[in-house]
Structures are given as C-alpha cells and as structure tokens.
Design a protein around this ligand. Sequence first.
Ligand SMILES: *Cc1c(COP(=O)(O)O)cnc(C)c1O
Length: 387
Amino acid sequence: MRDTFLPFSTPSLGDEEINEVVDSLRSGWITTGPKVKRFEDDFKAYVGAPFAVPLSSATAGLHLTLLALKIKEGDEIITTPMTFASTVSMIILAGGTPVLADIEPGTLNIDVTKVAEKITPRTRAVIPVHFAGQSCDLDPLFSLARQHNLTIIEDAAHAAGTEYKGRKIGSLDSISIFSFHPNKNITTGEGGMVCTLDETLAEEISLLKFHGMSREAWKRFAASGTPNYDIMLPGYKYNMMDIQAAIGLHQLPRLDGFIDRRKEIAELYNTAFADLAELALPAYAPYQQRHAWHLYTPLVRTELLTIDRDRFMAELKNLNIGSGLHYKAIHHHSWYRENLPVADTELPNASYASDRILSLPLFPGMSDNDANDVIAAVTDVITRFRR
Ligand SMILES: *Cc1c(COP(=O)(O)O)cnc(C)c1O
C-alpha cells in the first residue's frame, strides 16, 4: 500500500502561473483588468468562439445566461440528473422549472430520445452536460432545438478542449459555459466563461455581470477613461479578477498536454480493469469526438459485491487512494426529493449510476506509479469483497 495519500484531483500549477499572480499583486491592479481581457481573447481563440464573457464561476454563467434569455415562471428547461447541483439550481433561481431527462447507460450523457419525450409547449431550453469531458450527441439535439424553437445551453464545465465531430465545444451555434474550478481541466482558482455566437446575448450577460454598469471599472480608472458611469439595470457582481486570469493565461497553453496525459491514465485504467466484471467502465460515444477526460467514472456493480459504493470508497481511502462522487443524481438530493420528486423508475439509468458511480484519481500530475497504485487498490478491494 502507498505511504502517501493520493487525492482524486489536484491542479497542475507551475512557476509561470505563480509569477503571473505575483506580477498582478505587485502591479497594484488585482481585480478585473487587462489580464482578464487577454484571457478572454486567448480562450475565444482556443475554442473558436466569436464572443466570450469571463465570470467568477460557471454557476454565475448559468445564472446570467438564463436571466439574459428572460426565463419566466412556468418555462421548462430540460437537463440531466447526472450533473453538479448548480446546473439545476440555477434554473430554479432564474425562475424556471427543471425537467430531468434520463441518461445513456454507457457514456452517462443525456439521452436525446428522452429529451424529445420531455418536450412540451412550455419547454424553452435544454442544458446538456458533456459528462466527464465527452461530448453529448449535439446534432440530434440541435435538430430538436430547431424543430421546437429551443435554446441549447451547453454545460461545458467538463469540456474545455472537448470536440464534437471535429469542432471544439464553445464554437457551435449555442451557448457554452466553461468552469475553471481547481478540479476542472484548467483552473483560475474559481472562474467561468460563457461562449456564444450571439453578440447581443454576450452584451446582456456582460451588463448583468457587473452591477449593470455601462463601463467596467478598469476602463474608468485607466488614464484614457472617465470616472463617470451609468447603471443600465440592477446587476450582479460576477466578474473575474486579474489575479484569477493570471493563472488561466498560463493554464490554457498547457490544456492540450493535460488532456493527452489524462487520456493516457484513463487508458491505463481501461486496460487494467477490462476483465473485472465488478466494474462497469465508462463507454466511448459511437460518433467522432475528442474526449477531454475530465473524470474517470466507473460504476461499482454493487450487486456483485458485499459492500456498497460508499464503503468501497472508504476501503480505497484506507489504502491511501482518494476518490470523488460525480454525481449523486439530482433527484436523490434532499431539496429535490421534497420539492420536485421524481421516481427512480422515471430515471432508471441515472438512478442506477447514482448509487454506483465513483471518480478515481485522474489529473495530469499523476505518474504511472500513482495509476498503478490505484489499479492495485481497486483490484484488492474487489477481490476482498466480491460475492
Ligand atoms: C463544476 C461544475 C459546475 C459549476 O462550476 P463552478 O465554476 O464551480 O461554478 C457546473 N456544472 C458542472 C457539470 C460542473 O462540473
């Protein structure tokens, strides 16, 4: 057994990120300013988006996108139960009604045929999540959207670097929302980015992100600016800081290398676990895409073991291997059970995965030895607890 604890994820931060943050601190300009603008431009160029709005988080991006789309009471928004809480919470906080459509059993992405079944005259938008960094099947979703006049909002929190049929997520004719939380494929500490082809929407989100102010502070206080400003509407305080963008500026050029390393580790796992009936391994989607491997999430087939998933995770921890839970399905959380109850029989695939899923360690700084320690620990737990 290893003598140090291996976390399920940790960011890869180097001297360039550290020096750039120090540079911001020494410059006296630490909040939204020129580095945020540079990061916005670099990110737009990387994904191929004409417009992008940097924000304090992806959650802020989901919130402001829904507000900018003027979601009103009674509007239904279809999304997946296999996501982080904020995808669904923001629908509620924006005044809409979330409708959960079941997932595919292999990729754990939203099942487009289930989305089609949930469409009603009140449906306004669909929020697919590119689960674990693997693109949802967007072509049939876009064609549903055209047929029923729906907006597609891609929750791209896992999908920086993901491609669908040769096109980067962020460049398609929809709205994509990325996260730079420390566990994600690149980080700014906390941070998010909304990418869109719609200039008016980008402007609306920009206005909402900073007090509804006509001009951002750094422009007002710059030598060429004027201190005067105007409030166009009551807005939020969701801006990204230069200190955050300083980190992102040096993470972005490393993203493709990070993904390559994540893929190598995921494939080590796939090969090592191929013959273990007790694990259902993540499946590759049948269409052409580039998987960003944000997470490696096998399902522990507890029906073949004498322990449940939580005990499985505790046993891994005893062997100094960390793991994560992405995700307990939305309809299994207390608030949703009480306020928007959905029976497991309505969402059989998500319900099955929810009780069995776990995230094994996967981050670019892992060595092959680390991966082999994970493989040994998982195999050991299965061998001791199989029926
Ligand atoms: C991380 C995550 C979010 C929220 O991102 P933040 O930047 O932490 O607000 C939303 N959706 C999914 C699927 C996520 O993984």
